[in-house]
Design a protein around this ligand. Structure first.
Ligand SMILES: C[S@@+](CC[C@H](N)C(=O)[O-])C[C@H]1O[C@@H](n2cnc3c(N)ncnc32)[C@H](O)[C@@H]1O
Length: 215
């Protein structure tokens, strides 16, 4: 059965906003500790999938970010329906789906593992969410080709050289447009072009770029 907030067509801004408000209302009625199983059941996520044995060295395997952490990131990074939210290493799409449903923002997931991307696309289709898309790619390569996004979410997808490369790409993007970056369970991003915003706890850090935006 379709969830109460489902819409046949969610592409227009007004419809995305209406869906977001109905979904947020439904979510607010679920006790905080029951929100992860509630959301998983809604999306049909029943088990954590096995990782691809070909996952490159340095890439972190799939692990879902708790709903409470995603909601805190939305609140503290002030994600709105005007944003383009990018989940770097999107797994089965849980974060991108949740952010789209709560805020109405256009959401893009970048993920290396084909099976996870297929699962994410299937869920987005089943929920009839047109504002969510998933790209099968290395996130750094994808952002080099197309630096779309105003909010970037990282639940520790990788570290080391790959993270350095990602930050170089994001620095280029930030010279054109103001960005926010949400990091979960990661070492602090110490960059002169980033300022740290207030966050609710040590496991979530939120940053804003400091270049004057040109777009
Ligand atoms: C800790 S999981 C986070 C999943 C999702 N963001 C969430 O919070 O539910 C990290 C994900 O990053 C993906 N990943 C790792 N390296 C990547 C890369 N270079 N490009 C794209 N995705 C990558 C992994 O396959 C995995 O699904």
């Amino acid at each position: 059965m379709a969830p109460p907030f489902a819409a046949k067509e969610t592409a227009s801004h007004a419809k995305c906003t209406a869906v977001a408000s109905a979904f947020s209302e439904a979510l607010s009625r679920v006790p905080a500790q029951a929100r992860d199983p509630w959301f998983d059941s809604l999306c049909g996520f029943h088990a954590i999938p096995e990782d691809d044995p070909a996952l490159p060295h340095g890439s972190v395997p799939y692990l879902p970010c708790p709903v409470a952490t995603v909601l805190a990131a939305i609140a503290h990074a002030n994600v709105t329906s005007e944003d383009v939210f990018v989940d770097i290493g999107s797994g089965i799409g849980r974060v991108a789906l949740l952010v789209n449903l709560v805020t109405g923002a256009q959401c893009i997931g970048l993920e290396l593992q084909p099976k996870l991307v297929a699962a994410a696309r299937e869920r987005a289709n089943q929920l009839n969410l047109r504002g969510v898309s998933f790209v099968l790619a290395d996130a750094v390569a994808a952002l080099r080709r197309d630096g779309t996004g105003t909010v970037f979410f990282l639940y520790c997808p990788f570290s080391g050289t790959h993270l350095e490369q990602l930050l170089e790409v994001l620095e280029h993007v930030a010279r054109r447009r103001s960005l926010r970056i949400c990091c979960v369970q990661m070492s602090p991003l110490d960059r002169p072009w980033l300022t740290r915003l207030q966050s609710p706890n040590a496991e979530l850090e939120i940053y804003r770029s400091t270049f004057a935006a040109r777009e």
